[in-house]
Design a protein around this ligand. Structure first.
Ligand code: GLC
Length: 589
């Protein structure tokens, strides 16, 4: 299915004699400001017991690999009890471990061993919604309309059906009849279909995601109190922080009559809809929650941290990281940036400026468990509709994976050169491409069914990791994985890449080692650059040059080469889709 990544990979030049110090992982209270956080998508990372599902013991067994890679922290995606309507983001008990992923004791062991390696642990918290199997929702369904149990969620009476069969989105906005058979508003679920589902007694409840993920009512003090309990439960166990799922959606404007959104909430996952004052997107009131959470986090010694997943505009993103709120927010602008020098410069300027305006540093993200892997994205023509492309099983158009890999390697050096925190998604250090041709029968993302097969969803970036060249699941576990791995997947494995100077893995290892020496140098100074080139300097520690144009550009720097994403660059030239790190020449020297 996929060509072996190593057969045509360009070589990285490991740094030699750079004079940079190798530090231990950051231990101080500000460790998160300039860290590298590795996202462990638990179901697909490593399976210790052969049930095909990644587990906590599997993560513990691989801690040596992660420490050796040189990351500072792990973000673990949900491992809590869940019916798995949305891969664990439908939580039925916030203070336990799902048997498919292990036990609380396994978690304690993982935490202790990670800390022993100098690795911090950040866990996912999912406060916008719970599972429909959570005891609260079960109780709500068994209780009468208007009851206290229903007030923990958003239950409403429906609108009356208009005469004749409903047609088109406008039909949902028309109310007035007595039937209550129409949803209370036209709001759309992110996973397809409406955001309201009807219960047996005729009331409707709201869910931004799948119907099995009812949204919680954050105006109910019981909800807030219970989440504080959950935060403290994990903090008392010793976790170092939280990744806050859909942090921008928790508060809603449900004052009747509910406002119509005219489909304006159907923007892709993590990108903001048009306009402001949306009834359930990025409302000002949501910040009250984070101000109270910050007090909880700060009461621990050392203080713990939180990072927001907030798909909001660049102008509003810094609000989530104002003093007294959360520490960081994912930078999806970097992830979505087209392969173009001017666009990257704009994104970097905006991200640095926004973060500085609230006294912090940005984050940098290229991939996660919700998007097509960036090796593949960079191999597709600019502007490709990724959903349409997935529906062709990744054939139309065929991605140019050699180009995608070159760009992904250059993007890694660009990303890791920037001040702030980089979030890596498991497998990007192996250069994994998207698996776009998973058989329909294997798909587990609720988007697939909820959209009536109009959207394949996100399974293609969640295929279990290869650790070895051979074996039943290329070392993922003792048997097969929960999603099928492509033939030849073992060619991407850590085993196959270790010790090969031209591999993705060794490029990441070297880059992470060097990056420790850049910490504390927070300024970015743009340097004169060729057309299509991005060039900047961080104090006396780093000069980074990236050629995003389609032709070689002269390498005009007196700096000493530290690392290149490609050996294809001739002497004095920087090849297309290539990045280079240099130790800046002493000025005036
Ligand atoms: C976030 C998660 C995604 C999940 C959704 C609903 O966007 O990253 O995987 O499906 O929230 O919880």
């Amino acid at each position: 299915m996929q060509e072996n990544p190593l057969s045509r990979a360009a070589a990285a030049r490991p740094a030699q004699g750079t004079g940079l110090t190798l530090h231990e992982p950051a231990q101080d209270a500000d460790w998160w400001r300039e860290a590298v956080v590795y996202q462990v998508y638990v179901p697909s990372f490593s399976d210790s017991d052969g049930d095909g599902m990644g587990d906590l013991r599997g993560v513990t067994a691989r801690l040596g690999h992660l420490a050796g890679l040189g990351v500072d922290a792990l973000w673990l995606t949900p491992f809590y009890p869940s019916p798995w309507a949305d891969g664990g983001y439908d939580v039925s008990d916030y203070r336990d471990v799902d048997p498919r992923h292990g036990t609380l004791d396994d978690f304690r062991e993982l935490l202790a061993r990670a800390h022993g390696h100098g690795l911090k642990i950040i866990i996912d918290i999912v406060p916008n919604h719970c599972s429909d199997q959570h005891p609260w929702f079960v109780e709500a369904l068994a209780s009468a309309p208007g009851s206290a149990a229903r007030d923990r969620f958003h239950f409403r009476d429906g609108l009356g059906a208009p005469p004749g069969p409903p047609s088109g989105p406008a039909a949902r906005e028309v109310g007035g009849g007595p039937g209550g058979s129409e949803p209370p508003a036209d709001w759309q679920s992110k996973f397809g279909g409406g955001a309201w589902s009807r219960t047996r007694d005729g009331q409707w409840y709201m869910h931004i995601f799948a119907a099995e993920q009812p949204d919680l009512n954050w105006e109910n003090p019981e909800v807030a109190a219970d989440f504080e309990r959950t935060l403290r439960f994990w903090l008392d166990l010793g976790v170092d922080g939280f990744r806050v799922d859909v942090a921008h959606r928790l508060r809603k404007d449900l004052v009747p009559p509910l406002r119509a959104t005219h489909g304006n909430d159907a923007a892709p996952l993590n990108s903001p809809p048009q306009g402001d004052n949306h009834p359930f997107w990025d409302r000002d009131e949501v910040h009250e929650i984070y101000r109270s959470w910050r007090k909880v986090l700060d009461a621990y010694e050392p203080p713990r941290i939180a990072v927001a997943e907030a798909g909001v505009s660049a102008a509003r993103l810094p609000m989530y990281t104002r003093p007294g709120e959360l520490h960081q927010a994912f930078n999806f602008f970097h992830l979505r940036c087209p392969w173009d020098a001017r666009s990257f410069r704009d994104v970097i300027d905006t991200s640095l400026g926004g973060a500085r305006s609230v006294g912090t540093l940005p984050t940098w993200v290229l991939s996660n468990h919700d998007v097509v892997r960036h090796v593949t994205r960079y191999g597709l023509p600019e502007g490709t509709d990724l959903n349409e492309w997935l529906l062709t099983d990744g054939r139309e158009p065929a991605p140019d994976l050699a180009r995608g890999r070159r760009r992904a390697r250059a993007a890694a050096l660009l990303t890791l050169a920037l001040p702030g925190t980089a979030y890596l998604y498991q497998g990007e250090e192996l250069g994994l491409p998207e698996v776009a041709d998973l058989p329909a029968g294997a798909l587990r993302d609720p988007m697939w069914e909820r959209t009536g097969h109009a959207q394949k969803g996100r399974d293609g970036c969640r295929v279990p990791l290869p650790w070895q060249e051979d074996g039943p699941s290329y070392g993922f576990g003792p048997s097969g994985g929960w999603l099928p791995q492509p033939k030849g997947w073992g060619g991407f494995s850590a085993e196959a890449q270790t010790g090969r100077a031209d591999s993705f893995l060794e490029l990441y290892r070297t880059a992470l080692r060097l990056r420790r020496g850049f910490r504390g140098s927070e300024g970015v100074e743009w340097l004169p650059a060729e057309d299509g080139e991005v060039a900047f300097r961080r104090g006396g520690v780093l000069e980074c040059r990236v050629n995003l144009s389609g032709r070689p550009v002269p390498l005009t720097s007196g700096g000493e080469p530290l690392l290149s994403s490609d050996v294809g660059s001739g002497e004095g030239m920087l090849a297309p889709d290539t990045a280079v790190w240099l130790k800046p020449a002493v000025r005036g020297g």
